[in-house]
Design a protein around this ligand. Structure first.
Ligand code: ARG
Ligand code: ZN
Length: 546
């Protein structure tokens, strides 16, 4: 059995899958594994250095039947499915209360059960103004971030998440503040204590050395240097390695990015391009994201990019970026955006953000991330003429704009609200373009979920955040829900979820409640059986009448 550890929607295989799809999965896996150990070094390796058996197959994947999508971190690594003895793995009566992890108290975190030190009590950031200078040649980030924050209580001291940046000064409303740099916190004591509800501007000046590393969720995260530039991959906790911030998805804010790069290079961030201004230290690129987002959705790229603008359905501004050398090769993917948005908005409601686009970076293959309003992909995955992977990645990340970006998880354990939904969107698209029928996809995923039912979809551990039961195993839960309440209620639930919660962060419990409300029936038992259970029913429910 093999696992994918880099990109979330990359493929892996397990012993009950075969043929082309397995090879495909292995191939991605091999680059992914290398990337995990040293993503930067990997980029200089020619693809030819990959073992022969991981070479891309020439054939197209099966157009029907089960798809072996086992995302990263996925299946329990030590388990061989053949050895799985239901007696051994059978959990006791599933009670959602029992499966809840113990909350480790951290005075400097917001009480996330999986990441107790993330987030910072007593503050609510409304806006980040991020000023960064970066030259890929010397690899040093010189930054100053202004956080406009509203204290939620009176405080003499507060913290920001920061693990890596070297801070040189902090001011609060223009006055020098005392600060201490601890392991993962920047502790700030303003000259005047914070008053509840009275917004202040906190300016933190710092330098950082990009050290794209591995997050506590065992995935590459942070700021990565590439041959000609850089990219960031923050989910779940990489932002704090290069940006002092409130690095938790419960705190969403709007953003201005002012990134200075040597003349000739392009700097890219989320949202709309506001200006490009030449200066003594290079060109300053200003980007603005107007819809509130968490830190983990930040996009920040530098390199030889071309910005390609266009118009999507209903006049939606499209802003994509591709490396100049890839301009032509990427045109088909730029052209495909329209149809995908058009397809999803019939089911999920109007596209929820101010713009969309795709960014094709020069990372190792296997990277795909729903960075706010412009999804991030690895060029490598799109230069192989592999329709299956291309369609899967593009549709998955686009679906995230509704699920994850418009509405974000309130805690990391609510991650299925992102990944299960994006995976379901991906299934819908793959069926729509006649690649894989949704029923087949769902049946296969249910079988796999039964084999590898390690953790309930709603309660992954840190190592399972991007695992099977959150991705395809969670899409199974959504499919069961759809069958239970019927198409009409199911899709009105999904669009209500987005429309009602746009710009917010929500808990699993909020979704469960809305589901019962929209369906007009108490779905507690359904969710106990499918979402909170480690072992789910062996068969999908009979489709609801009507
Ligand atoms: N959210 C991404 C996706 O589904 C996965 C990101 C995994 N995180 C990471 N640091 N590689 O599409
Ligand atoms: Zn995803």
């Amino acid at each position: 059995m093999s696992l994918v550890v880099f990109g979330a929607v990359a493929l892996a295989s397990c012993s009950n899958d075969g043929g082309v799809a397995t090879e495909r999965a292995d191939r991605i896996q091999s680059v992914a594994e290398d990337a995990t150990t040293d993503p930067t070094a990997e980029e200089t390796d020619p693809p030819a250095s990959q073992p022969a058996e991981t070479d891309p197959p020439e054939t197209v994947p099966p157009t029907s039947g089960p798809r072996p999508t086992l995302p990263p971190g996925t299946v329990p690594p030590q388990t061989d499915p053949d050895d799985t003895d239901p007696e051994d793995t059978e959990p006791e009566e599933t009670d959602p209360e029992d499966t809840e992890p113990e909350v480790v108290e951290s005075p400097d975190g917001v009480g996330d059960p999986l990441f107790p030190e993330l987030g910072n009590p007593g503050i609510d950031v409304e806006h980040y103004d991020i000023r960064v200078r970066y030259d890929p040649a010397d690899d040093e980030i010189t930054g100053a971030v202004t956080l406009t924050l509203v204290p939620t209580e009176a405080r003499e001291q507060f913290t920001l998440d920061s693990s890596g940046p070297e801070v040189s000064s902090v001011t609060v409303d223009g006055d020098e503040a005392e600060f201490e740099q601890e392991d993962v916190e920047l502790r700030i004591t303003p000259a005047t204590p914070l008053e509840p509800d009275k917004a202040v501007d906190v300016v933190v000046a710092y330098t950082a050395t990009p050290d794209g590393g591995t997050s506590i969720a065992s995935l590459p995260s942070g700021w990565f240097h590439t041959d000609e530039g850089s990219y960031v991959l923050n989910e779940p906790d990489g932002a704090r390695t290069w940006l002092p911030s409130n690095d938790h998805p419960s705190d969403k804010a709007t953003y201005t990015f002012r990134i200075t790069v040597p003349t000739g290079l392009t700097a890219v961030a989320n949202g709309a391009l506001i200006s490009t201004t030449p200066g003594p230290e290079g060109d300053e690129w200003v980007w603005e994201e107007s819809v509130p987002m968490p830190t983990y959705l930040i996009q920040l790229l530098t390199g030889d990019y071309e910005v390609v603008t266009g118009e999507g359905p209903d006049g939606l501004p499209l802003v994509s970026v591709v490396l100049r050398e890839d301009r032509e090769a990427m045109q088909p993917f730029l052209d495909s955006i329209d149809d995908q948005i058009d397809f999803f908005d019939d089911f999920f409601g109007p596209y929820p953000l101010a713009q969309y686009g795709i960014a094709m970076t020069d990372s190792t293959g296997g990277l795909a991330m729903e960075t706010m309003s412009r999804s991030l992909f690895s060029r490598e995955d799109f230069l192989r003429d592999d329709t299956f992977i291309e369609e899967l990645l593009l549709s998955h990340e686009l679906a995230h704009m509704w699920f994850g970006d418009a509405v974000s998880p309130a805690e990391w354990q609510d991650i299925w609200l992102n990944e299960s939904f994006a995976t379901y969107g991906e299934w819908m698209w793959m069926e729509h373009i006649d690649l894989v029928p949704l029923e087949a996809q769902a049946d296969d995923a249910l079988q796999t979920k039964l084999l590898f039912g390690e953790s309930a979809t709603a309660t992954p551990g840190v190592g399972e955040l991007f695992g099977y039961n959150v991705y395809d195993g969670g899409a199974v839960v959504l499919h069961a829900l759809r069958l239970t309440i019927g198409d009409e209620a199911f899709f009105s639930l999904l669009s209500r979820w987005v429309a009602d919660n746009l710009g917010e962060s929500r808990f699993t419990e909020d979704f469960v409640q809305l589901a019962s409300e929209v369906a007009g029936t108490d779905l507690t038992d359904f969710f106990d059986e499918w979402l909170f259970a480690e072992v789910v029913p062996e068969q999908f429910p009979e489709p609801a009448a009507g």
